[in-house]
Design a protein around this ligand. Structure first.
Ligand SMILES: C[S@@+](CC[C@H](N)C(=O)[O-])C[C@H]1O[C@@H](n2cnc3c(N)ncnc32)[C@H](O)[C@@H]1O
Length: 209
């Protein structure tokens, strides 16, 4: 979903709003460097597991609406989606206690991160900005992207649709304001598409110098 190259993966990566996902565990197994942050990480592994079981039931109940809005190709059905997610969550839960001690999981929340300038080569943010366009203001989107760009050389945000699969109303004003502030931004097509039309990633770099 982020169009990652081998070179992208070889640097230090921040996964922002990372959730209970297996990316950090997989990167660590491969000997790569990743830090994940999410306010969720203030909870213990057991608490995260219990919270997840509650929301999983709610999400399964809503899978009827999900079916029409998504491309069921790589993931063939809502049931398969559930299995894939549960595998990723189990991998995360197994890795979380050790990763937390090692500082690979940090309870930071946007728009304020505790990392120094340019700590990472690349930062990724999936299914948070633009996805929650109803709950998060345009100002929050701008502040969050600026903050992630402060700590990483390049920031990639995916997808650019809201939760209902519509183009986010915050995208045009955010891009206008980033340009006005001399950030470099580019929207790229990626091969991954789960939400219909959700195959674009926003790549942003802060002005240098
Ligand atoms: C839908 S999940 C996405 C998880 C993962 N990135 C993915 O694509 O599967 C959204 C995540 O945003 C996190 N979140 C909520 N408020 C946040 C904030 N202010 N800053 C960063 N993450 C936040 C939630 O805890 C949740 O894990």
């Amino acid at each position: 979903m982020f169009g990652l190259s081998a070179q992208d993966l070889s640097g230090r990566i921040l996964d922002c709003a990372a959730g209970p996902a297996s990316f950090n565990a997989e990167m660590t197994t491969e000997g790569q460097s990743a830090v994940s942050c999410d306010p969720l990480y203030r909870f213990t592994a057991r608490e995260i597991r219990d919270r997840n079981e509650e929301t999983y039931e709610v999400e399964l109940a809503g899978a009827g609406g999900l079916r029409a809005r998504c491309v069921w190709k790589d993931i063939e059905s809502p049931a398969r989606l559930g299995e894939t997610r549960m595998r990723a969550i189990r991998r995360f839960l197994d890795d979380f206690p050790r990763g937390f001690r090692e500082g690979r999981y940090r309870p930071d929340g946007l728009p304020m991160l505790s990392f120094g300038y340019d700590t990472f080569g690349l930062a990724l943010c999936s299914h948070f900005l633009f996805t929650y366009s109803e709950q998060l203001s345009a100002d929050l989107h701008l502040a969050a992207i600026e903050e992630v760009c402060r700590v990483a050389g390049e920031t990639r945000v995916f997808p650019l649709l809201n939760y209902d699969g519509e183009p986010s109303p915050h995208l045009p004003p955010t891009l206008n304001e980033l340009s006005a502030r001399e950030y470099r931004d580019e929207t790229r097509l990626v091969p991954y598409q789960f939400q219909k039309g959700g195959n674009r990633v926003l790549c942003v770099e802060a002005p240098r110098g």
